[in-house]
Structures are given as C-alpha cells and as structure tokens.
Design a binder for this molecule. Structure first.
Ligand SMILES: *Cc1c(COP(=O)(O)O)cnc(C)c1O
Length: 409
C-alpha cells in the first residue's frame, strides 16, 4: 500500500451539518462559518449511524496509520483539498522513571511544524481552501501560527499572524520563514485576537482564532481517536492535557462520544485533567468556584507559552468535559514544570516542551493528592517538541591546546 493511500482514497461525505455548542441550533455544512448566532463555537456533526454501517474498526486498522485513516470522521470532502505535510500517528512513550510504570506520553512534537497544532490547522486550512478563502488572520502564542503559516503557504493562502512580543523566538522566525506575515504585539493573545476581530469586521480576512471556526476541533479530535486505537479500543484511566484554548480537550471529548455512537468503545471515559500554569489559571479558578464560565485572568505569566491564554472562548465546554469525566482542573508552578522537564529528559531521555512538563508536574500532584492511583493508566500530552524552547545553558568548554584533565570529564 502506498504510504499516502489515505490521501488518495475516495472520500465519501458523512458530514450532515454544523451545530451551535451552546444552543444546538443547526447550520449548513459546506458554507463559510465563524461563530454561531449566540457567539459560541460551532461543532461538526456526522451521520454516525451510516458510518457505523459502512465502516469497521478492522477497516480503520488496515489503513496506513496517519490521521487521514479517520477520513469518514473528518470534514474534508474532496481529496484535492487536503493540504498535507505528513500528519503521522504519534507514539505513546512510557516514562517509567520520571513518571511511573503506568505513565505514557503521547509525543505530539513529532508532527509537522513540531506541534499538535498541525492536527487542527491542517483541517482548518484544508476546509478554508475548499471554501475559497484567500486570506487568513490569527492570534497565536507561537505554535498555532507556525502550523497555519506552513499549511496556508503550501496552498497559496495569505496569512497575517499576531503574537505576544515575548513569544518564543523560534516560533516567530519559523512563522516568517514559512511565509506568514507575522507581527509582535505588546499584549497577550486575547489582545492580539481583538485586533484580528477588528480586521474581520472590516472584511479584511477570515478569522482562524481558536474555536472561531468549526474545523480545528475536528483535527484535534484525532488525538482521541488515535488513543482509543493505540490502546486496543480502550481508553486510559486519566488524561492530562495542557489547557490553553482547550481545543484538544474538547475535541477528544467529542471523539469519545463519536466512537461510542459507532459502538467502537463503551461508555467508560478517562478522567480528564485540564492542566494550567499557576500564573495563568482561569479554568482552574472557575472549576474550583463551580462556575460554567471563566473570568479573564489578569497579569498572565508562565514559562509554558502555549497555555498562556487568559480567556478561552470554549471555557464552558472545557469545564463541562472535565466535570462529566470526574477529572479536575489543576494549576502547577513553573518551578515544578521545569523540574518535570529536566526529570523526563534526564531520567527517561524524552525532551518535553514546558507545556508537556506541566502535565507531568500535574500528574505528580494528582497522585500525591489521591486524584489518580499509582495503578491507573495515564496519558500525558507533550504537545510540541522541546527543541523550540529555551533550555538551561551549558558552561563546559574544553581547551584542546591545554593538557586534558580526563578525571574531570
Ligand atoms: C496550543 C498549545 C497548547 C494548548 O492547546 P489548546 O488545545 O489550545 O488548549 C499546549 N501546549 C502547546 C505546546 C501548545 O502549542
């Protein structure tokens, strides 16, 4: 079988409509949509009964393992519209020493552009292309902008990308090199988003902000589909997800419902843990206070740039999933995050990004607090390659012109 067999396969159409995530109101598929009338995210709905009749778990397993093996559960209708850079299935890596015997890391850093933002953006850009979009704008903390620039440039869509001025330098430069028009803004991601929204009102571009169009979630949900297949159509006991806008957590929760409707998994669900940084924890505050929506977090700061999101449009969807699952929203200090990164790298040889480190730090706290047990099978999400972020400096220099002190090496 060709390795791109999933991309060249015929694509039957199973999408039925879009649906408001708050009111349930229906919207037509195959039209350009942003938020619903109620100002809430739209979700893609499929004819799951028909997919269940026409497709089996075995058929899925017999395909090449990239994310397009899930095509019946994805929104792109025509194969010509797929703007692929090779969206591989990511491995589950045990970290027995730094994590424990039952801890697996889903290493999303191996995806195109080095982060799981590729899953969401390959879908959103492919759909934008299918629907005739020529210009896209987006606020980003770095990785989403990089994925957007890459996929959009690949299919000739122009991009305007706004990021906070202290976004990791690797992100700003990769966006520019991949053809994005990138601007550093003296504000946080929601303040970049306000500029994008104003340009959208002026009709200058299509707004690809997190959850402001329906298709990024569909890409991100493949994390949940993959997990089920990789674990033998059984979900883990707990999932720790570094939560910014929450697209992945919302997407996985949706994926589990779709798999259950297909009869491919049962009704058991993992405890979902939304992990945030203590310096930017709006979802944790709302979870603790028992509210449905989260207030904006003021003076947000953390080394984990990807989860520095003071206000999330999908806050109510994140909180609902976390509560229904019996999980929790947890905040971790940056020191614990950096320690976790150092431990996973030094003891298990796996270089996590800071956001990934935050999930390991949160797992350790959850274990200590009895929220998970040592025998529970746990999946942590490492959402980007650790190579994009600053690492502790190394001061060892060796002068080969001097006598070498071998005992000191
Ligand atoms: C974007 C991002 C996150 C947060 O993902 P959401 O689905 O938006 O919550 C976490 N980690 C990294 C590295 C990211 O780039």
């Amino acid at each position: 079988m060709r390795s791109d067999a999933n991309l060249t396969a015929e694509r039957p159409t199973y999408v039925t409509n879009l649906e408001c995530s708050a009111t349930g109101e229906h919207y037509p598929a195959d039209t350009l949509q942003q938020l619903s009338q109620a100002g809430k995210p739209l979700l893609v709905r499929y004819d799951l009964a028909r997919i269940g009749r026409e497709l089996s778990r075995d058929a899925i397993e017999s395909r090449p393992s990239d994310m397009w093996r899930w095509r019946e559960l994805l929104p792109v209708r025509r194969k010509e519209d797929i703007v692929s850079l090779g969206e591989i299935e990511t491995p589950l890596i045990p970290i027995p020493r730094s994590g424990g015997a039952n801890v697996l890391v889903k290493d999303e850093g191996r995806l195109p552009t080095g982060s799981f933002k590729a899953r969401g953006l390959v879908m959103a850009v492919s759909m934008a292309k299918a629907l005739g979009v020529k210009r896209i704008a987006m606020p980003t903390n770095g990785n989403a902008g990089a994925a957007l620039a890459a996929y959009a440039s690949r299919c000739g869509i122009e991009t305007v990308i706004l990021c906070p001025e202290d976004t990791p330098e690797a992100n700003v430069r990769e966006i520019a090199l991949q053809g994005g028009r990138v601007w550093r803004v003296n504000g946080l991601i929601d303040e970049c988003g306000a500029i994008v929204a104003e340009g959208t009102r002026q009709g200058r571009w299509f707004d690809l902000s997190t959850l402001k169009e329906p298709y990024r979630i569909e890409g991100k949900k493949t994390m949940g589909l993959e997990l089920a297949l990789q674990l033998g159509w059984k979900l883990p006991d707990a999932i720790f997800y570094p939560t910014g806008g929450g697209t992945g957590l919302i997407g996985m929760w949706k994926a589990f419902d779709e798999l259950e409707a297909l009869g491919w998994i049962g009704s058991e669900r993992p405890k979902m843990f939304a992990v945030q940084a203590a310096g930017c924890a709006p979802i944790v505050k709302a979870f603790d206070e028992g509210t449905d929506h989260a207030e904006r977090w003021e003076n947000a700061h953390t080394v984990a740039a990807g989860i520095r999101v003071p206000k999330a449009l999908g806050d109510f969807l994140i909180l609902k999933a976390v509560r229904e699952s019996g999980g929790a929203a947890l905040a971790v200090e940056d020191e614990a995050t950096l320690q976790a990164v150092a431990d996973a790298a030094g003891q298990d040889g796996l270089l996590l990004c800071p956001e990934g480190g935050a999930t390991l730090a949160a797992y350790r706290e959850a274990l200590a607090d009895g929220l998970v047990g040592v025998d529970d099978e746990v999946v942590l999400f490492n959402c980007a390659t650790g190579l994009k972020y600053p690492m502790p400096p190394v001061e060892n220099d060796l002068d080969r012109h001097q006598p070498i002190d071998f005992d000191a090496l």
